[in-house]
Ligand binder design. Structure first.
Ligand SMILES: C[S@@+](CC[C@H](N)C(=O)[O-])C[C@H]1O[C@@H](n2cnc3c(N)ncnc32)[C@H](O)[C@@H]1O
Length: 284
């Protein structure tokens, strides 16, 4: 979900770009502290626009995995959730957690951004399905060991942290043995293509193997937005090293008739290349 100050993303992202004074784009090393601070800045500044642009599609009480629209009630990637303790990592407005609550789970929704959690609190009140909200970093989960049966994330946290291996280790720590960890990210292949939903987005322009983070910055060189790329192999190695078994890798196909354009995700590109990777893992 890269942003750009160069192409027209519409009203979405414009406010955050202006508020944060973003003036340029680069690929450069960004460490954990700088990355955390940039993500907090960005998601707080972008929260209102993000929810205005995607809130209807995401719903107040709905578990969507990705811009392709796949929902947990059709995919069933988490396994049975009734009666289970579930952690949602990078929850945004926490619509997934509210859906989980309606299925009999005991969800906890965690996010780094107070702006996003403000929307989560409003949606709790609006929907009448209230889930616990926790302000914290995915790399330092404020829970005792073995607190949860299931952990999940729909594009939350993992693409935005410098040390995603540390997130994998933290999720492993807070899961009980045998617990499920299922998370969606931008498909790693998309890194090689421009962040553009149209024909411009169909030509390889960047090395898939270049892990240097994509970053936006202001006039003082402060990072205002960052995304970290891992190849498919990197991700599998991180998971295995943390103590997970990868049991499935879901690449949702673009559904016939689905017209929703979300950033770089569009019917045009969705028909040709995968946009989302969902890693289905079990804690050993
Ligand atoms: C693309 S949004 C996805 C939110 C939600 N899952 C959805 O589908 O709308 C990414 C979310 O990850 C959160 N996030 C980014 N870095 C994080 C971190 N280090 N720890 C926890 N949450 C983080 C952001 O604040 C944001 O709410």
């Amino acid at each position: 979900m890269q942003n750009t100050t160069e192409t027209d993303d519409g009203p979405e992202k414009f406010t955050a770009v202006q508020t944060l004074g973003t003036t340029g784009i680069t690929h450069r090393a960004v460490g954990p502290t700088e990355s955390r601070s940039a993500s907090r800045l960005w998601w707080d500044a972008d929260a209102d626009d993000y929810q205005a642009a995607h809130g209807d599609f995401l719903g107040d009480v709905r578990f969507r995995w990705c811009p392709e629209g796949l929902t947990e009630d059709t995919a069933g990637l988490l396994g049975p959730v009734a009666g289970r303790d579930v952690l949602e990592v990078g929850c945004g407005a926490a619509s997934c957690s509210r859906w989980l609550a309606t299925q009999g789970a005991r969800p906890v929704a965690l996010d780094l951004s107070a702006g996003m959690l403000r929307h989560a609190a409003e949606a709790n009140a609006r929907s009448g399905v209230s889930v616990p909200l926790v302000l914290a970093d995915a790399g330092e989960l404020p829970f005792p060991d073995a607190s949860f049966d299931v952990a999940c994330s729909a594009f939350g946290a993992v693409p935005f942290v410098a040390d995603s291996a540390a997130v994998m280790r933290e999720v492993h720590r807070v899961l009980r043995p045998g617990g499920a960890w299922v998370f969606a990210t931008t498909h790693p292949l998309r890194w090689a293509f421009p962040d553009d939903p149209g024909p411009e987005g169909l030509t390889v322009y960047h090395s898939y193997f270049d892990r240097t983070p994509y970053a936006e910055f202001d006039d003082d060189g402060r990072i205002t937005y960052v995304e970290h790329h891992r190849t498919l192999g990197d991700r599998v190695r991180e998971l295995v090293a943390a103590g997970f078994a990868l049991t499935d890798l879901v690449e949702p196909e673009w559904p016939d008739g689905h017209q929703e354009v979300w950033g770089q995700w569009s019917p045009l590109r969705g028909a040709l290349v995968p946009g989302t990777a969902i890693y289905v893992c079990r804690r050993l």
